[in-house]
Design a binder for this molecule. Sequence first.
Ligand code: NAD
Length: 343
Amino acid sequence: MSDTAHIITLPGDGIGPEIMDAAKRLMTELGGIEWADHDIGGVAIDNHGTALPHETLDAAKRSDAVLLAAVGGPKWDSTNPDDPRPEQGLLGIRKGLDLFANLRPVKPVPALYGSSPLREDRIAGTDLLVIRELTGGIYFGEKKRENGVATDICSYSESEIERIARVAFKSARRKVTSVDKANVLETSRLWREVATRVHDTEFPDVAFEHLLVDNAAMQLVAAPSTFDVILTENMFGDILSDEAAMITGSIGMLPSASLGGDGPGLFEPVHGSAPDIAGTGKANPMAMFLSTAMMLRHGLNREQDAARVESAVDAVLAGGLRTADLGGDAGTAEVVDAVLAAL
Ligand code: NAD
């Protein structure tokens, strides 16, 4: 893309603004990207009374891409179902932009094999992609609390399953593993049926298997390198992708992309706002950098720059510089300087 891209930046809460500053330094270095900050999450609740102000969603819809850091924190924790919650900003913008596919690559860098809680021989060669359905399922179903009983409805339509299954089969290099709980849940039985139909009619040459979610949770730590694409629904994907994150050694390493139809995509680290280390200058900026790389690749059509950023991150890690979450003692600023130098 030779024209200047216009993105919106959503720093959010906790370490969010610190790692977004890192991404802005990176984008300045790369050039060709203009950004405008908007509120989302807790900071938006404080400033506007809602986690997703209209202005933020409108600006997002008009942008070329959306880069988000993280939202949430103890300040906005409440068990009162009527209080606004920071996560409503995330769910709302995903829904508002119709971002139904969440892509989370998990490819541990050899230099970090030692930071993983799993043995090197288990994780070596792992290169998998979790594709999580993002706008359906139990997170979006009706929620009720009446007479001391709480209910969350989980529902999926055939068309919702078809479109996410297609993303998975198109992304497969070796095989697709569809994860569900078909022995218990009706939504999972429909999921299995529709995913199988999409496979058999449209992608019969892609290797395809089903796995129950409890078994998938075990296999992810027992033999992560046997997976290629993991296709799953919203809540299972939320949990499994955090589990997969630990294979890389730290949740501070994992980027994600959320894509939909024709509109802008949303690019964000998998981790949250890390309130325990906010303001200490210790946040690992790598997941934010790798999310910026995914934005360059999937959102702005700048593959070469995406690869440059990924190589710079790899080079810095190979050189031994680590933040505390990876067992080192480098601060955010030191890591940012090193990545920009390696670029
Ligand atoms: P978290 O990901 O914020 O933190 C989990 C642990 O990982 C913490 O010890 C934290 O210090 C560490 N960590 C996370 N990112 C790091 C980084 N970049 N560098 C170094 N260490 C890092 O998850 P949590 O503690 O369960 O949640 C904290 C808040 O974040 C909650 O309010 C939660 O709702 C919110 N949250 C937001 C998102 C999001 O914005 N996408 C995702 C998950 C959780």
